[in-house]
Design a protein around this ligand. Structure first.
Ligand code: FES
Ligand code: CO
Length: 348
């Protein structure tokens, strides 16, 4: 049977690249849409999430507003405007909106009654891990992915540039969870060509996703630094997936822990911006640039292959690709996404 596609009460973005059912399944979750530092006191910031154009701006007390980036007067993007105190000003005819999105001033006719329909749609917003997070459908509590170490003074926090990909978020996240590609795609950074075997590992379902606890002899150090760990050291990598597209990796180094959050923000069905806040409680005085360069190299290696995978969308029907034992994580990932309702218009 095919599932009925219903769009009742939900208005999809214009030119939506997702199926209506996929969009509705994804829209209730939190996604990062900007770095906190990108949203300054005077300049609104334009972003896209699930094909929705968003304007993000900071009002006088420093708090953030996220709204549709569309002036209802004549369709100008408000991200081209500016902020005055608590008000967002449209660049075209100067209409002003308050922090609830309500129009409070039409300069061309100051005495006239303001039409009630001149109101921006606003969205919930949270600032955390140096990022601005929002969700497009507010239909009950959804937890933000957790990385408590970000606020821990024992940890060093690092915020690399975002990674832009012409690829589906699902493909990218699945690649982040994949433990059998290190020896190949990451041969130049940390992968060990003579050590490709994947030991069995445990998966545990959680309320927000699942955890995969992977122990192997593949060192997470870059080539040239591998001597820093004892030769028989067992490397533990704990992946915690927060549906749909955020994963937190904890790597247990000999002298401490490294946490890498892979927060994939779906700009459209096949365009993704990945935010990667990182923290660690060792080597806190090591040059930051080395960490940024290593992270950039690893994500660039993944990008090269993820942008070329076919079909572009993550197959939700398990029979569409062939799986090996090491794919436990990705099989679980696909099953959990399908349980959210993704791929319904596709699966027979
Ligand atoms: Fe925004 Fe006219 S389009 S004020
Ligand atoms: Co990779």
């Amino acid at each position: 049977m095919t599932f009925m596609v219903t769009t009742k009460e939900v208005s999809l973005p214009r030119d939506c690249t997702f199926s209506p059912t996929d969009w509705q399944a994804l829209a209730p979750f939190w996604y990062p849409v900007a770095f906190s530092h990108e949203v300054t006191a005077t300049k609104p910031y334009g972003a896209r999430l699930l094909d929705e154009r968003l304007v993000i701006y900071r009002v006088a007390d420093g708090s953030l507003v996220v709204a549709k980036d569309l002036c209802l007067h004549r369709g100008a993007p408000l991200s081209l405007g500016w902020v005055e105190g608590d008000r967002l000003v449209c660049p075209y005819h100067g209409v002003q909106y308050d922090r609830q999105g309500k129009c409070v001033c039409i300069p061309a006719q100051p005495e006239a009654t303001i039409p009630a329909r001149l109101k921006l749609k606003t969205f919930p917003v949270i600032e955390r891990y140096g990022l601005v997070w929002t969700r497009l459908i507010d239909n009950g509590e959804v937890h933000l992915p957790e990385m408590s170490e970000w606020d821990d003074p024992d940890y060093l926090q690092v915020l690399p540039n975002a990674v832009e990909l012409n690829a589906a978020a699902g493909r990218q996240v699945e690649g982040f969870l994949d433990v059998s590609h290190f020896a190949f795609i990451h041969a130049k950074s940390f992968g060990e060509q003579d050590n490709p075997e994947v030991p069995d590992y445990a998966i545990e379902q959680t309320a927000n996703g699942f955890r995969a606890d992977y122990i192997s002899t593949v060192s997470n150090y870059a080539h040239g630094m591998k001597h820093l760990a004892p030769p028989d050291f067992l490397w533990r990598r704990l992946f915690e997936l927060y549906l749909p597209f955020t994963a937190k990796l904890t790597v247990f180094f000999p002298h401490g822990k490294l946490h890498v959050m892979n927060a994939a923000s779906p700009i459209s069905a096949r365009k993704t911006r990945v935010f990667v806040p990182i923290c660690r409680n060792f080597d806190k005085d090591a040059p930051l640039q080395d960490t940024l360069d290593f992270n950039h190299q690893v994500f660039a290696e993944d990008k090269d292959i993820v942008e070329e995978q076919w079909p572009e969308d993550l197959p939700m029907n398990l029979a569409d690709e062939v799986h090996i034992a090491g794919d436990k994580s990705s099989i679980t990932f696909r099953k959990r996404l399908a349980a959210l309702g993704l791929g319904r218009s596709y699966t027979a």
